[in-house]
Design a protein around this ligand. Sequence first.
Ligand SMILES: Cc1cc2nc3c(=O)[nH]c(=O)nc-3n(C[C@H](O)[C@H](O)[C@H](O)COP(=O)(O)OP(=O)(O)OC[C@H]3O[C@@H](n4cnc5c(N)ncnc54)[C@H](O)[C@@H]3O)c2cc1C
Length: 293
Amino acid sequence: MYDIEALYEARSLDHAIALLEEHPDARIIAGGSDILIQIREGRLAGAKLVSIQKLDELRGISRSEDGAIRIGALTSFSHIAQNPLIQAHLGVLVQAVSSIGGPQIRNIGTIGGNTCNGVSSADSAATLMALDALMEYRGPQGRRVLPIQAHYVGAGKTALAHAELLTAISIPKESYHACYGCYLKYAMRNALDIATLGCSVNLRLSQDKQRLERVRIGFGVAGPVPIRAPHAEAALKGKALSEETLREAGTAVLLDVQPRSSWRASRELRLQLVEELTKRALRCSIRHAGGIL
Ligand SMILES: Cc1cc2nc3c(=O)[nH]c(=O)nc-3n(C[C@H](O)[C@H](O)[C@H](O)COP(=O)(O)OP(=O)(O)OC[C@H]3O[C@@H](n4cnc5c(N)ncnc54)[C@H](O)[C@@H]3O)c2cc1C
């Protein structure tokens, strides 16, 4: 049984914003795979909900005039993984969302819910970080767009203001054109498990495929929120493809992370995972890009 005080069904984006303004203590429900669990566990017992489920305007994937790939916040993981545009240009995102839960969760869970819960372990987040994703909000004051790093403001907290919704996530062309990536998730089980650590790499090689031209590295559970690895990214820029370069990356990346101990894993194990997954994800991305190590 779910202890829900009221459920308001939004008929349009503007209606959703109006409902949230009218009921300041109400929470948004999209797929419900996070929020219903919190209600059942009692953490959000007696909640008021504004459902955005029927807002088809928030669903789907398209390419903007500037080449950016735009994913509606209500798009499910299954739709993302099966979309031809995503398959053609963002294989790393297919890999990331396909690692989430099981088929049922991927059918109902949305990319908006995965990034608006503010959770560091959210599997899409490390990859969206590495892709320099842009978060599109709509609220009573209109539309605003934030880089994903500004979206996460603290453990479980996002920059969304009251009555504001995430409407879409955009991946700029610069992040996928001639870029290749790899997402590696370390979990205690192979399926239906939350990441102990997640590492996503997105890189572009030089034209002769001998050097790293541009590298982005995103992590989940290596800090209170999903993070990027600026030291390691700077250290890798222009470097020749070699096992030595990968070892350097594994060391540099330790300056960028702040993992904690939890019941899943100690800080020490997470640091070891950061180093190892970085090297593996780089190796895998370089191979996808046609580079030779
Ligand atoms: C069995 C199980 C396994 C799971 N496995 C994984 C896993 O492996 N990896 C993983 O990352 N997650 C996992 N999850 C968590 C969950 O499925 C995902 O986080 C999912 O993406 C949540 O999306 P949703 O649409 O169901 O969100 P909801 O539960 O509807 O919402 C989640 C939060 O986001 C807010 N929200 C949703 N949409 C918007 C929006 N457009 N604008 C503003 N706020 C919004 C809600 O108010 C709520 O606070 C699992 C969950 C279950 C139950």
